[in-house]
Design a protein around this ligand. Sequence first.
Ligand SMILES: [Zn+2]
Length: 364
Amino acid sequence: MQAETKTCQNCKNDFQVESEDFAFYEKMKVPPPTFCPECRMVRRFSHRNERNLFRVKDTRVGKEIFSGIPPQAPVKVYDHDFWWSDGWDPMEYGREYDFSSPFFDQFMGLMRNVPFPSRNIQNLIDSDQGGDLKNCYLCFNSGKVEDSAYILNANLVKDSFDLNDASSVEISYASLGIGESYKVFFSFYCDRSNNLWFSQNCVGCSFCFGCINLRNKQYHIFNKPYAAEDYFEEIKKFNLNSYGGLSKAYEEARKFWDLHPRKFIHGYQNTDSSGENIYFSKNVKFSFGIEGGEDLKYCQEIYRQAGYWEGGKDSYDHYNWGYGTELMYEVCGSGRGCKNVRFCLDCWPAVQDLEYSYTLRVFK
Ligand SMILES: [Zn+2]
């Protein structure tokens, strides 16, 4: 089909449906969207709460528990452990479909009746959030994290505090977008590096301070090389053991970074892709936070599992997770091998051929 300009039913702005989009909708057997890409994204985001915890009453026993679901939400909430137990049977909530009444009214009725798990967590040891976490405090949307706190969107992190977007990182603090590194402090978008302070876009570097755009360098301060012994003497002058010293060094680094050009995208090893934070991807368009993606459009936070190649492929409007997903459309919070899923929230792992479902777990 030819490209078509449509008017968003929500914000009333025009948006374009390209001929390749029609082909995808045809393949998924769904009608073309009536909301623009941004309104569809906001609609998906509105169903996900990653960072807020509330005190709520367990619907079954009235005990006060922590939950990601706010107390004013008109739904039933069971304590996480009980929700996962055989102590209740969700099939008891089964009901006949009434063809004389609208589908969404009936779906809403079902959602308000079947209990939700209090928190979206799994395999925690002395931790409060996420999956596969050990001895962690307030780590959100993260997996395989140990002895860490205040971590967001991370995988395989150890002995670290205050990180966002980190993968395979140890002994690091207050940094964003760090991969395969250790001892990285107050730094942004650095890879395969160690002992970095206040550095940005450095790859394969060690012992660098206030640097930007360096590749395979060591003992540099503000992009200037030093002999190893001189480097440590120079660093001492910044008094990094005081808050004043840290703040001043950070300010100087920011001023130095501003003198240098930034790449138009955070990402590499991409073919024919557009968006931001895109890595190892092919034909990924208008997407953000993608690793190992192929033929994706309007997707956010679709990652690949450490050691695997595929994040997600052949999907539109998929927000959060990935790990080998395929043929996803208007989905939020689904990963680990899910396939052919439409209009679903928080359904995993390896669910297939699913429509209009909420909080399904399939374990075999
Ligand atoms: Zn809109």
